[in-house]
Design a protein around this ligand. Structure first.
Ligand SMILES: [Zn+2]
Length: 187
């Protein structure tokens, strides 16, 4: 059961229910805001160095004690590739840069979540946990992972990282037409 939004998140005026392109939606009585739904977007890093993958151990619920790849949630005004690079650095002190989008996870639920996984290139730094979000960090081989408590979804991503058969969507820093303000990833 989803609560109807009552007030506009853009201007604070009351919302009404009205037909927007054939679907009844909550929309503002004063500005152009439409409440499309509740969404969140997660980002994850797959950093492989010399056949080892960078994992962190979660220090917080949910999943406390489980090993996962570094990641987080996107911010309103930050480019998605900057967010994941910052998250990796903050969580475990490793500098890595975004190469490709290699996996997506769609999870329709009360807050519909989309998770974007990036293949990233290791630049520098030895893994050191931040002791806030994570309490251990390191690069591990597939064999080492077998005896670790790795989250199920992370196991799926590790398989993508080691056995993916495509390079995925490449970050396009010089698009063929100028598209200011877009983050562009393409085949
Ligand atoms: Zn409004």
């Amino acid at each position: 059961m989803q609560m109807d939004a009552k007030f506009c998140m853009a201007c604070g005026h009351e919302l009404e229910t009205r037909d927007v392109d054939g679907t009844m939606r909550r929309a503002c009585t004063s500005c152009s805001f439409v409440h499309w739904g509740n969404y969140s977007i997660g980002v994850g890093a797959l950093v492989v160095k010399e056949d080892k993958i960078l994992l962190v151990r979660r220090a917080q619920e949910p999943g406390k004690g489980k090993w996962t790849n570094p990641g987080g949630y996107i911010e309103q005004m930050e480019a998605i590739q900057d967010t994941i690079q910052r998250e990796v650095l903050e969580e475990c002190g490793v500098q890595a840069i975004v190469k490709n989008v290699v996996a997506l996870r769609d999870q329709p639920r009360s807050i519909h979540n989309l998770y974007v996984a990036f293949e990233m290139e290791y630049v520098s730094g030895e893994p050191v946990p931040d002791h806030v979000e994570v309490d251990a960090a390191g690069f591990f081989t597939l064999q080492e992972l077998e005896s670790m408590d790795v989250a199920s979804f992370t196991q799926w991503l590790v398989d993508v990282a080691f056995h993916g058969r495509s390079e995925g969507l490449r970050l396009d820093l010089s698009p063929v037409v100028p598209l200011a303000g877009y983050g562009l990833f393409r085949v």
